[in-house]
Ligand binder design. Structure first.
Ligand code: SF4
Ligand code: SF4
Ligand code: FES
Length: 386
């Protein structure tokens, strides 16, 4: 073991019984740098203030209890070495006074006390929302349902989830829309959509696609992928749900999410940059570049999106009105747009599904067994309403 060193933990505290708001408190702890931030918190609780509340159990990144934000990043306190957390916060300013390691409760959740959050409404309710159990055909087999091991590989990544809520804490869409089903629950949904024993694949996908807070509410920000301590990559699972719903099942959602996604890809393919002036039109009237289709649904969708466009202008996301006029989107320097187009082409040609256990195409011929790893055929479900 290395020698113990001193660290300062700056903890965001909240004691409802005090009747005052949240406040920061600093604790000095002495620990081997390879021990965890959780060890530091427990030392502070043991030696300085027994009322400091933190939830933990296994201390080995298994139980999922100790989710917090360390230096602003949602993670597990037991998985974060205190020495690394200290290095991270002081990496830019080595000559000044050492900055403390900040520890806060997880985001997007009500705080019960200090670092303990209420995960019921923001996590568990949403997990229940996706029917987190297998829906079989109701006739139990004599012994067991036999599933080829290869077909389970696809969902192994989602099975690794320990329900810690770090992804929920980090999710930017959830900050804007607390009703968003969220990364953890949608990853859980894929666990059953991808399971060949489940007989309600289409129903599940239809439900998640039509829900305005469902799979099309994710903005691809990658925050959940960064936060997840178990490599579940919830955003990737959401993208798989989208592909299964939009491409495989042909579900056209009322949120226009699938068309919006196709519009993004189409514009990037053609221009090598995202021309926002075309995005709304291509999303609602796909295929008619430069002209609007006078279909009632397209017009309704476009009009309904006007407040978003105005907000984009106001906040500077769309920097000038001129950029809304087709054809005047600024060119990227040099051959940058050509590069992007080539990346798109490459992705189209080599777009294998990747997860922790499927390595995809890496300049090697796939093993014969890998060919069996494509998602199983979806079961027959209800037809989409006309
Ligand atoms: S990628 Fe999607 S689900 Fe993940 S944090 Fe961002 S918005 Fe949330
Ligand atoms: S997906 Fe990852 S971050 Fe989210 S709850 Fe599961 S283990 Fe935690
Ligand atoms: S204490 Fe169990 S995951 Fe951290």
């Amino acid at each position: 073991m290395a020698e113990a060193q001193s660290y300062t933990l700056k903890v965001r505290r909240f004691k409802p019984e005090d009747g005052r708001g949240p406040y920061w408190q600093e604790f000095e702890v002495d620990l081997d740098p390879t021990l965890s931030v959780l060890d530091g918190l427990l030392q502070a609780k043991d030696r300085e203030d027994g009322s400091l509340s933190v939830r933990c159990s296994c201390r080995a990144a298994i139980c999922g209890s100790c989710g917090v934000k360390i230096n602003g990043q949602s993670t597990l306190a037991c998985l974060t070495q205190i020495g690394e957390a200290h290095e991270h916060v002081n990496r830019r300013d080595r000559d000044g006074d050492a900055k403390p390691i900040t520890v806060e409760p997880m985001g997007n959740m009500p705080v019960v006390k200090d670092l303990v959050t209420d995960m019921e409404s923001t996590h568990w309710e949403k997990i229940r929302r996706v029917t987190p159990w297998l829906l079989d055909d109701g006739d139990p087999p004599e012994r067991e349902r036999i599933v080829p091991p290869e077909s389970m590989v696809d969902i192994t990544q989602t099975i690794a989830c320990i329900q810690c809520g770090a992804c929920v804490s980090a999710c930017l869409s959830m900050e804007v829309d607390p009703d968003f089903i969220g990364p953890a629950a949608l990853a859980k949904a894929y666990r059953f959509v991808g399971d060949p024993r489940d007989v309600e694949t289409r129903e599940r996908l239809y439900d998640l696609a039509q829900d305005p807070h469902g799979i099309y509410d994710c903005t691809h920000c990658f925050a959940c992928v960064d936060a997840c301590p178990k490599g579940v990559a919830p955003m990737d699972q959401i993208m798989r749900l989208r592909r299964r719903a939009g491409d495989d099942e042909g579900i056209r959602d009322r949120n226009n999410g699938h068309n919006h996604e196709l519009a993004f890809v189409k514009i990037i393919e053609k221009k090598g940059t995202l021309d926002e002036s075309l995005l709304l039109q291509e999303s609602y009237a796909p295929g008619i570049k430069g002209k609007l289709i006078p279909k009632p649904a397209a017009i309704k969708g476009l009009v309904g999106s006007l407040p978003t466009a105005v907000r984009g202008l106001r906040t500077g996301k769309m920097r000038s009105l001129s950029k809304l006029i087709p054809g005047v989107h600024p060119k990227l320097p040099g051959d940058a747009q050509g590069h992007v187009k080539r990346i798109h082409e490459h992705a189209e040609e080599h777009g294998d599904e990747l997860n922790l256990y499927i390595t995809g195409e890496e300049d090697v011929e796939p093993e014969p067994d890998e060919e069996k790893l494509s998602p199983p055929e979806a079961s027959e479900g209800p037809k989409e309403p006309e």
